[in-house]
Ligand binder design. Sequence first.
Ligand code: FES
Length: 105
Amino acid sequence: PTVVYIDHEETEHVVDVPNGDNLMQAALDNGVPSILGDCGGACACATCHVFVDPAWAEKVGPPSETEAEMLEGLIDPEPTSRLCCQIFMSDELDGVKVRLPESQF
Ligand code: FES
């Protein structure tokens, strides 16, 4: 399945992501800009912030309580904000779109 990462300049980065992989690691492995993943996917750094496209928000689902607390500390959270190390690929999410916050560049 594929993920479409859209950076703040509206450039689309389309990446094939194996099922079960998280969207932070997939971005790093494929050179998608602005996803840093400083904590290695432990939900502890919030440098993998993305805005899930509202059309996909329901399928992607809400953040866990720990993740929601991390999101509250960001300077630019939106209703569909997620830490993408906590989003795991599945066939259901094929074609999912996430936007990358300008503040993370
Ligand atoms: Fe650190 Fe996602 S990589 S919170």
